[in-house]
Ligand binder design. Structure first.
Ligand code: NAD
Ligand code: MG
Length: 303
């Protein structure tokens, strides 16, 4: 169902197999960092369907990669659940960011836009400071920005690619969390975007899969360290979700038409299907859930 025709919301009882279309994306090769505006077919980020139920009333959330894909869906959902949000993205992603900001502001919530490159340690610190200033505090952090470049042979993974992938997915996580922790009051939450790749690595995603395992393990250790302070840390591990990251460099081009079809559910996921997992782990209702990885993957094996 396209976003314009969908009249139900995430709480509607229906068949998950047919809730979203079984897409067959054409080959496409947009420039880095990719954009939802140009993605074919378009994704469902919950623009017309996500219904808030007051679960994040008054919260102040920073979402990295909040312009598009999963992060965009999380920003929309958080705003409809009552949170103000700050979103970080690359300067080239202003178009997607303004779409998300418009949807957040349509809910009467604040959207603080903070473009910048998180592979720079100083910027990660500045990002947190600007989010705290713009939101008047911080009590929810979603570490979601990520880099994924499919490469068939280890011999073709350049030092530059390895460095960028690890910097974006691991170093930036560390720099941003370290800067944020002193600002987080008891009750705050941190949610990481890990991946099914953390424990079922594809042969052409060696560097990426390794970083997602690191994120998973970091979140479990950090959860123990911060539990006594009342700060909860968890992760979400998505399976194949239709987003810009997949078409830029994330998959071999010839694999795009069959993307996600190998899952038991038979189709790729849509970003809106991830949003409730982030809402649950950020909402006080998950008060006894810590160090968990919530798998949202259409039926693939998980530990
Ligand atoms: P996406 O392209 O919409 O989001 C990734 C975002 O990362 C970009 O929008 C960009 O803003 C941000 N980013 C990348 N490099 C950056 C940098 N140097 N500085 C600042 N921002 C930067 O794609 P998505 O699939 O929604 O990705 C979100 C997260 O979900 C990623 O961590 C990804 O690894 C993870 N994930 C995605 C899938 C999937 O199938 N799409 C599966 C598992 C995990
Ligand atoms: Mg983007």
């Amino acid at each position: 169902m396209s976003e314009s025709t969908r009249t139900t919301d995430q709480l509607t009882f229906d068949n998950p197999v047919s809730r979203h279309p079984d897409i067959t994306p054409p080959k496409q090769d947009p420039p880095m960092p990719g954009s939802d505006a140009e993605l074919e077919p378009q994704t469902d980020r919950g623009q017309t369907s996500y219904r808030g139920t007051g679960r994040l009333e008054g919260r102040k959330a920073l979402i990295t990669g909040g312009d598009s894909g999963i992060g965009g869906a999380v920003a929309i959902a958080f705003a409809r659940e009552g949170a103000d949000v700050a979103i970080n993205y690359l300067p080239a992603e202003e178009e997607d960011a303004s779409t998300i900001a418009g949807l957040v502001e349509a809910e009467g919530r604040t959207c603080v836009r903070i473009p910048g490159d998180i592979t720079d340690a100083a910027f990660c610190k500045e990002l947190v400071d600007r989010a705290v200033e713009g939101l008047g505090g911080l009590d929810a952090l979603v570490i979601n920005a990520g880099k994924q470049v499919a490469t068939a042979s280890i011999e073709d993974i350049t030092d530059e690619q390895f460095d960028q992938t690890v910097k974006t997915n691991v170093y930036a996580m560390f720099w941003t969390v370290r800067a944020a922790v002193p600002h987080l009051p008891a009750g705050s939450t941190i949610v990481m975007s890990s991946s099914v790749q953390a424990y079922a690595p594809s042969d052409d995603l060696l560097d990426y899969a390794m970083t997602k395992a690191a994120m998973n393990t970091f979140s479990k250790g950090l959860a123990k360290q911060l539990a006594p302070k009342g700060i909860r840390v968890n992760a979400v591990a998505p399976g194949p979700i239709w987003t810009p990251l997949q078409v830029v460099e994330g998959q071999p081009k010839e694999d795009l038409p069959t993307f996600g079809k190998g899952q038991p559910i038979g189709r790729a996921g849509q970003p809106v299907e991830l949003a409730p997992a982030y809402v649950f782990l950020t909402s006080p209702e998950s008060s006894y859930v810590m160090g968990e990885t919530l798998n949202v993957n259409g039926g693939a094996d998980s530990p």
